[in-house]
Design a protein. Sequence first.
Lengths: 231, 548
Amino acid sequence: MTTATDPVVLVVEDEPQMRRFLRASLTSHGFRLVEAGTAKEALALATSGSPEVILLDLGLPDGDGIALTRSLREWSSVPIIVLSARGRESDKVEALDAGSDDYLTKPFGVNELLARMRAALRRASQPSGAPVIEIGALRIDLARREVTLGERELHLTPNEYRILALLARNPGKVLTHRQILKEVWGPTHVGETHYLRVYMAQLRRKIEADPARPELLITEPSVGYRMRDRG
Amino acid sequence: MRLPGRRAPSSAAPRPPGASAPPRRLTAARDYALAAALVALATGIGAAARMQLPELVMLYLLGVVIAAARFGRGPSLLAATLSIVVFDFFFIPPTFTFTVSEDRHVLTFAIMLVVGLLTSGLTLRIRKQEQEARASEGRIATLYQLSRDLTAAVDAEQAAGATARRAAEICAGAAAVLVPDAGGGLLTLAASGPDLALTGGEREAIAGTLGGAPGPGSTERLTWVPLSSSGELLGVLVLAPPSRALAREPRDLLDAFARLAALALERARLAKRAEDAAVRAHTEETRSSLLSAVSHDLRTPLAAITGAATTLRDSAAAGSAPGDGGVIDPAQRADLLDTICEEAERLERLVRNLLDLTRLESGALEVQREWIPLEEIVGSALMRLEARLHGRPIRTDLPADLPLIPVDAVLVEQALVNLLENAAKYTPAGSEIAIAARADQQEAADSGVQSVVQSVVIEIADRGPGLPPGDEARVFDKFFRGRNAGPTGAGLGLAICRGVAHAHRGTLSAANRSGGGALFRLSLPLIGKPPAPPPDLEAALGASETPS
């Protein structure tokens, strides 16, 4: 049963079956639902309903979800999780670059959805600028720029460190190649995806037990990278 | 009978009948002159040999016969008349006058004239027969060549090409074969000789005469002959010299040509129809086998889901009225829920595979190549399969110095996922699956010293039962299922892998390992120029902050 203190989730989805499924599973897991079938409704409800998280289907009858994301981001930092069909990696990248926080490929299990929503809510509520981030055995001291794995101190190059710190500050959030490249190399290098890939391979060799089976630095094929959220 | 002084041209290469050598007028003048010269020659010989009158008559008659045989009617008549005049003038007393002293000489003249006329008539007839024989020989040779060309032609284009080429030779001009197109117009199928450059009006004129009962036609510039067989118009042969400029003989030949060409066109059309029908039948067969396989594979999970879901719903309803029966215990309930989830996943996999395969096969898929470390792709593939490979020992052997590969990460990841799923499905739980990769180096052709990496080879090996001997290549066929496959799988996974390999211009092969198990080898070529490595790769922490 929902109560007034439960988090509000805005579901932007035009398929009635999907809405029925989301309504049933999310209310039973302690969310209050606000539903929108069009981008216009969604924009109105995002203002009046003050949701704490938005689930957004990219294919809407009155305009695409990416445009909606952009207009929402003009005034709101509410976490947006995109629900998209498979095989549309470029859509996902565009949605993430436009400011959404995460994406889920249909079909998905409700556990996966809940995990992503909780992670998004957690990131939103966390005060940014925590001086130390710990993920499993990995410890990143942002103030001292020190990285340790267990007892061992890791020697990272400046770019390796920046990539790692960027991902670690956003645990569970998918960062696109473009976002990372822009942050680490600057806006003139957003096309040099292979730079990032080479660095990620090096980072994995330093951090992961088996770089071919990463536990922390997760690849989102053709989209970007994500630090596994252990919280 | 061979006539003196005239060699028949070699029968293998008859002179095209339309192309006569020197202009007719000049030839005629020369022939008359030569006939006169023959008479002069006979006179000379007769005078020199001091011949008597009867011998002289024979000599002049010989000249008339030769003139008839060699130059035809006019010159032979000239020879006969001249002979009489000259004979009278030089040899009949009184000589050097045209006076005839004795009446019997007039009779001699008359006999000479009659004999001359008769022989020239006879000779002419023989000559004409000979010419006709030769022409028909040439015609037969030309037709034979055309029919040989047409027999060798495998399609309408080639048949039309041969016809146009031979027709252009015969009429010593330009020729083209036009066929009716779908829109009621005419389409040039083949052309030979100078460009016909048909105007719109000419096309209309040609098309206009082809309706109803098609017949040949002609304009100021063109001649055309319809090509029809079994009462159906198949095309039209158009020639650049107009009909009136053609001798009767090439015109007859063109009619024969048109008949041969029409037959060839019809044959080509029937062959094409048969081929189309065969292709259609094959497509139809593929489609129906796809449909039957897909409908079975779609229905099975749907049936399970429907069954499980309705059981749960009914039992919930029954549960509200105790003692109704139909109530199921919690263990069965959990079982049914698992069934629904598992079958839905299976359905999702199948739909995904079908979509992937359709996109790969239709060529609609664009390969988005990026230079990427293989390790990253292997990592994300293993991650996606985390649940399904649970408890499996996976050995990865990826050399650290493997070059970046230019691939579509999403596609190659899908191929690896399918190969790993396949390995997991056909091997006993707990048996090891190995993923290894190596750079396939080949010595550069020029230097011989420097080696160049041509491709990266990825091998996925298991210790299962291996592939059925002889089926190593067939496993990549659509809907091929291994004997131990059990009820799951539509036989699409490996077909997709092969599609991905081909989309990258690579190869995928399968073999049995020595010591048991199957080995799949995916080879991806390094296409294009690898990107420059990041400039600051080995810089130490705290060094330059803003690399370029």
